[in-house]
Design a protein around this ligand. Sequence first.
Ligand code: ZN
Length: 237
Amino acid sequence: MEYFNVAAWREAARHDDWYARIQPEYQALLKRAEQQPNEAEAIKEAVRGFFEDRLEQNELALGGPDPALDAPRETLRQAVIHHSHRQPGYYTLARLNAVHLLNLYMPNSKGRPISSNHYRDGKMVFYGYHWWVEIDGTATRLLPDEAIGWQAGNWEVNCQSIGICINDDLTDKAPSSAALKAVRQILDDYRARLGSLEVIGHCEANPKTKCPGGTFIAGWKQALRPEDHASKPSLIV
Ligand SMILES: [Zn+2]
């Protein structure tokens, strides 16, 4: 089933203002997804897949480097923890990139060609997170630390934080021990370099979200604390 005119969207995608050209149809699709819950996933899949393909095939008009976007970057003070809200296996990085383009960058495009100022392997990327952690503990760097990740729903926090996302649905459960260990390792590396780094959940930066799930604050957040060196035998030589 074709939910939108693919040929017309492909033509629109070649123009700098593609997001404005598709906007009426895009908004109508979002509304339809809201009103028809049984169709919602198929509609969103069609849209995500379309943009994933355009990005992969370099068929989407985008702006160029725009260092002003990252100019407000401040000293790193915080790490914001997220979950992908999906079962492992749903997100490829290409899919995540398309979803973040649509959810984070498209609504903020303001009449100019869309640019993130962020590149990975020579291609512009739209990831909101700096790190992506799989349940087997594999950690992938998505953005350099100099990049402001549009991840926290709070600009002040974005400017002074890195975003770390665990690729799992943690709505009602803690992460796998391998994922938790990998996040811990990332945090320890930053702490070693920066001296300190406050760890918060996405929900603590933006009360509108429950990310990274219901067991974070009272549960696995504690496992991400810096090691209590005072409780260890001191090493005196
Ligand atoms: Zn989040």
